[in-house]
Each structure stands twice: as C-alpha cells, then as structure tokens.
Design a protein around this ligand. Sequence first.
Ligand SMILES: C[S@@+](CC[C@H](N)C(=O)[O-])C[C@H]1O[C@@H](n2cnc3c(N)ncnc32)[C@H](O)[C@@H]1O
Length: 266
Amino acid sequence: MPQGAITRGTTNTNRLRRSDRWLATWPGLRRVSSAHAVDLGYGASSATTRELTARLSKVRPDVHVWGIEIDPVRVAAAQKELAQITPPVTNVTFAYGGFEVPVPHGIAPVVIRAFNVLRQYDETEVPAAWAAMLARLDPEGVLIDGTCDEIGRVSTWVALTPEGPQSLSLSLRLNDLETPLIAAERLPKVLIHRNVPGEPVHAFLAALDSAWRASAPLSTFGAVQRWQAAVQSLATSGWPIVGGRSRWRLGEITVRWDAVAPLSAS
Ligand SMILES: C[S@@+](CC[C@H](N)C(=O)[O-])C[C@H]1O[C@@H](n2cnc3c(N)ncnc32)[C@H](O)[C@@H]1O
C-alpha cells in the first residue's frame, strides 16, 4: 500500500516556478552521475511535472523525472496525456505511489519535490513522511516540502538533505507586496501552526516585516532594492541568512533551519 492518502488535486500551470528556480541551483544536481528527480503528488494535471523536467533539463539535460501520485486516476490520466505527445517524451515517467517514493530499485533521486502535499495532512504526520522520502534520497540530494498560493506569487519551502531539515525559504512576488507576513498563511505544515508568539518562526517573520517596513524609503528605487535592504538588515542583526544578493533580488530569503525550527512537538 502506498504511504499517505488521496487529497485535493488543485494545481496550476507555472505556480511552482519559484521553487523550481531554486532547485535548479542545487549543487548535487550537477554532481551526481545519473540525475533522477521525483515530483511527488503532482495533482489533477501533470503540467507542473513537465515544467520541472524542462527547468532541471537546462542544468542536467539527461535528467529523468518521475511523477508519483497516490491517486491512480490521476496517474492514468497523466500517462495517457504523455503518450499522446509527439515526438514521444522519454525523460518523464508517471507512477502510482506515496511517500515511500517507489522509483525502481537502485535509483536514488537527487531531487524530490513534494509541493502542496503535506499541507493537507496533520502536523503530526510530517516527520514520518519526511523520513520515508529522505530514505530514498541520494546522499547529495534535496527534498523540498513546500506550499504556495494558487498562482505562485507566494511560495515557501523547507529544504531537507538526508541529514534532516536544513533551511526555510520564502519567495515572494515583490511588485505590490504590502508585507512579507503574507507568507504566514502559506507556510509548510511543519511551521504553519507555529506562527505564534514564542516560536522562532514567528520571531523571524516579525523581524522580516519590521525590516521591510524600515526599508520603505528605498521603494523609490524599486521593490527589489527595498527587499535586498530588508534581508541585509536581518543578516546584519544575526539571523543566519543563507545565499547572497543574487537570490534576494528574486524576492527570496533563505534562513537556516535551526533558527526557525519549532520549539517542540505539540
Ligand atoms: C494540491 S495537489 C498538489 C499538486 C502540485 N504538486 C502543485 O503544487 O501544484 C496534492 C496532490 O498530492 C497527492 N498526494 C497526497 N498525498 C500523497 C502521497 N503520500 N504520495 C503521493 N501523492 C500524494 C494528492 O492526491 C494530490 O493530487
């Protein structure tokens, strides 16, 4: 039996562009001898699986992407759709399965993307789901457990390696952004109930919001300048920000996991 349960299949073309862009920079993707990626829980349409394939192929033209779904009807539909494409697509496979990531024996994916999947589970189910997926990952691989809005303007994800969670990223469309607190309602399941006073992720979002407000005068130079100043201010005040200005200019901020991890299981 696949691990997990069928949930809503809501998806949308191009809504995972922010996290895909980040995944394409993962160092292990370039280093592994044979590149396999898994899109776990692709939903009612396989469009985002094919987009992931196109984006990763730019870095690893030989990448093979496995779209895994726990709803057999969605698997059959994706397989049928794929079979109708000409010329035939040979670098994507759709298969039935769950958090056990049933790629053929011997394949250790360097990327596992589980986006908008765990958000429909209970917080207590997250550790076991992470452990199951991490057990299949290449030693140089990354798993992202993320959440985004309908059209991908607000996106957040936890990045994990086989050693466990490493970072939290927020990626926001900066034009017309009022406050980065908008990310609070799209946090991954492991954090969404922890955005309360006393929890580190609450302090992080509050610090980011405060820095964003303090940087308002820079709006005259554009939202990117304002965001970069806000992120720089967090880094200067001691938040362990990962990644440099080239990431910030995309509306991203990545912070080390130990700075935002939940204090304890509820
Ligand atoms: C909201 S859709 C997400 C679609 C796409 N990833 C996106 O973000 O646009 C969630 C999908 O995950 C599937 N799903 C839920 N639990 C799963 C599991 N354990 N293994 C594989 N797929 C799962 C559901 O059946 C559903 O189709």
